[in-house]
Design a protein around this ligand. Structure first.
Ligand code: F6P
Length: 321
């Protein structure tokens, strides 16, 4: 029986648990022995690798986070620890690895593969949705829904006062979460690292809108800009509205995975196991324009993720006009 392991690395994201469940069940159906690596690359180094059973994955499909834990491993950046990790896998006879994670995790597994030739398939998993080569990463849909509920709630109180609310959302250096959230929650402002913003132009529009009866503002800003307080102050000074800041923080990482997330997790895990069974050695399973495709890890890691032009176009008036 061939042995296959799964690990989660970097920030956890909703959809990891459904993917882990599918991984175990589908492995058994393909006559593979599934293993869990507990705690990401840290667990790989510390040999926290155990056989997985059906019982391990009962009752997890609806849970956020990851049953097998995650980590951001500094040690995995050093060759001596990657050598230990490879030895641990080889001692157990594990020849295939499924890696759920973001761009940092993919850079790590790329080097690991070049050094040790242990086959892997990457599943893009990060709420930031910032992996080059795929339009969708596991976790982003649930995170967007968490932000939607929070923003709708804030709107209730915003509409009851004459106030401006600045909501900071996650995404590291990427503005995807902020842009999609602003578009889908009817925000008046959206600031993201990818596009220079023009406060003077926005001010002109806002003052006109206030004349026409606007009574509150919702601004969504990406954490990468680190300017939520500054923007709140700007609303007070330049627009004349009392303001409040809400940093949504880690609530965006948790919750009950959406239906879309669960279905995508099942498909990602299935494709990953199929790819490894068919002899792919260093692929990432991507999702673009409604279809799955495999990309070589070099191609994925070669470029920084760029937000789709159509989305940027839709968001233009929230960004700077
Ligand atoms: O990459 C996912 C993410 O949630 C980012 O949006 C955020 O900047 C970061 O992780 C937070 O990391 P940590 O959980 O280590 O504080």
């Amino acid at each position: 029986m061939d042995k296959i392991a799964i690990l989660c690395s970097g920030g956890d994201s909703c959809g990891m648990n459904p993917a882990i469940k599918r991984f175990v069940e589908y492995s058994f159906s393909k006559n593979l022995q599934p293993y869990f690596v507990y705690g990401g690359y840290e667990g790989l180094i510390d040999n926290k690798i155990q056989e997985a059973t059906y019982a391990d994955v009962t009752g997890i499909i609806h849970r956020g986070g990851t049953k097998i834990y995650s980590s951001r491993s500094k040690r995995f950046k050093e060759k001596k620890y990657r050598d230990i990790a490879a030895k641990n896998l080889k001692n157990l006879g594990i020849t295939k690895l499924v890696v759920l994670g973001g761009d940092g995790s993919f850079r790590g597994i790329d080097i690991f593969f070049q050094e040790h030739k242990i086959s892997f398939c990457g599943i893009p998993a990060t709420i930031d949705n910032d992996i080059n080569g795929t339009q969708y990463c596991l976790g982003v849909d649930t995170a967007l829904n968490v932000i939607k509920v929070a923003t709708d709630n804030i709107r209730d109180t915003a509409a009851s006062f004459k106030r401006a609310f600045v909501i900071e959302v996650m995404g590291k250096g990427c503005g995807y979460l902020a842009l999609v959230s602003a578009l889908t929650s009817g925000a008046e402002m959206c600031l993201i690292p990818e596009i220079p913003y023009d406060l003077e132009a926005l001010k002109k529009r806002y003052l006109k809108e206030i004349d026409q009866g606007r009574n509150y503002f919702i601004a969504i800003v990406a954490e990468g800009l680190d300017n939520a307080k500054e923007i709140a102050l700007w609303f007070e000074k330049e627009i004349g509205f009392e303001s409040r800041v809400t940093t949504l923080g880690h609530i965006q990482r948790g919750g009950n995975p959406t239906v879309r997330e669960r279905l995508m997790a099942y498909q990602f895990a299935t494709y990953a196991i199929d790819a490894l069974s068919e002899g792919k050695t260093n692929a990432v399973i991507c999702y673009n324009n409604g279809a799955f495709d495999f990309k070589n890890i070099d191609e994925v890691n070669a470029k920084k993720y760029e937000i789709d032009e159509n989305l940027l176009e839709l968001g233009k008036c929230l960004l700077n006009k």
